[in-house]
Design a protein around this ligand. Structure first.
Ligand code: PLP
Length: 376
């Protein structure tokens, strides 16, 4: 069997042509493609401002900086995420305060958030996990009551809608990412989106060495970074954004194929179910083994699938149990039981735009044989 990768970007001749044109233009950075991409991206997500940056992590860092979060501040966030959503808080010497997740949504459990608010709490940073949305209604109410800022890590939910509102429009500022496994790619890249012109202006300065837009090239108003996105990447972003609705449709079809193929194995495998009322843009396809399976069995299953050429991953190992976090903060197994129980049983299956029905069936039969080998 030919190997089936976990993810794969969707690059066409039109994408290649778009990048090549920039190469021929010699305006490789801070050229016309940057504002063109930002404008198109803001329009797509329905926010006023988009600031393109070098990665999703950079966008998260700029959210924390732009909201003035720093040493001594606490930010309430989730341990069930990609590490960047918590590291961005540490970059500014603030403290991530982890709250366990809701097992149905896999997002931060708003019922547990309010109890964690202290005098030091500055913000809530919630993650739209695997494409579905955090409970922004409940989180917004808590933020309003306690005068907290809200950050939306929507790096996995580009294109997800709830009614007319798009992912990225629920908080003071939000982030997207364009690594090649995301719904669309610029190779590396990210965007900060916001309705606040102050946050957008500050983020623009911070991504460009602290230069104000009106200031000179060697006038550095702020402690800034080089978080710029090149025009090559912006051109690829514009081209990909045109096809994003088609990408999202293909991914929903693949998710449907998996749901049908896995239906007979409901005893062993729980398929992902997105929340009612959300029109979800699928990022990954993550199944959960039944509760009787241990983490050791799950890891054996991952090894088996890889030996069969099936790309797979344990999205996500809990952040609080990552070595840096246990060493620095003393977290231990048992601290966030819902996150740990789910994280120990997840298997992300191959998922991308061009996956065929026969590949989906191959993956599912390898999965079935793998599960059988665990229990025999
Ligand atoms: C992909 C992702 C990011 C950003 O990743 P980069 O590699 O820095 O672009 C941030 N948060 C979450 C939840 C993600 O999935």
């Amino acid at each position: 069997m030919q190997a089936i990768p976990l993810s794969s970007p969707d690059i066409t001749e039109a994408d290649i042509e778009a990048v090549t044109q920039v190469l021929r233009s010699s305006a490789l950075s801070l050229g016309p493609k940057l504002p063109e991409f930002e404008k198109a991206f803001a329009a797509y997500t329905g926010v006023k401002h988009a600031v393109a940056v070098s990665s999703g992590t950079a966008a998260l860092h700029l959210c924390v900086r732009a909201l003035g979060i720093g040493e001594g501040d606490e930010v309430i966030t989730t341990p069930f995420s990609f590490i960047a959503s918590s590291n961005c808080i540490l970059f500014e010497r603030a403290t991530p305060v982890f709250i366990d997740i809701d097992p149905k949504t896999l997002c931060i459990d708003p019922a547990k958030v309010e109890k964690a608010v202290t005098k030091k709490t500055k913000a809530i940073l919630a993650v739209d996990v695997f494409g579905d949305l955090a409970d922004w209604e409940a989180l917004s109410a808590i933020a309003k009551k306690h005068r907290l800022s809200l950050i939306e890590d929507s790096c996995e939910s580009l294109g997800t809608k709830r009614g007319k509102r798009m992912a990225g429009s629920f908080a003071d500022c939000a982030t997207f990412a364009f690594y090649p496994n995301k719904q669309m790619t610029t190779g590396e890249g990210g965007v900060l989106v916001t309705d606040s012109s102050e946050i957008a202006t500050l983020a623009c300065a911070l991504r460009n060495q602290g230069r104000n837009v009106q200031g000179g090239w060697l006038a550095h108003e702020h402690l800034g970074y080089n978080y710029r996105l090149s025009d090559l990447q912006c051109a690829l972003g514009i081209s990909q954004l045109h096809r994003l609705p088609a990408f999202i449709r293909h991914r929903a079809e693949v998710a449907q194929m998996y749901a049908e193929a896995l239906a007979p194995f409901a005893d062993d495998v729980q398929i992902p179910v997105m929340q009612k009322g959300n029109d979800v843009s699928w990022f990954v396809y993550v199944i959960r083994l039944a509760e009787r399976f241990s983490q050791r069995q799950r890891d054996a299953l991952l090894a088996y699938l890889r030996s069969r050429g099936v790309g797979c991953q344990n999205y996500f190992p809990p952040i609080h149990l990552q070595p840096y976090y246990t060493k620095t903060f003393g977290y231990k197994p048992g601290d966030f039981p819902v996150t740990e129980s789910i994280a120990g049983r997840t298997v992300a299956l191959p998922f991308h735009n061009h996956l065929t029905k026969s590949q989906v069936l191959e993956v599912c039969s390898a999965l079935q044989e793998g599960i059988l080998s665990l229990t025999s």
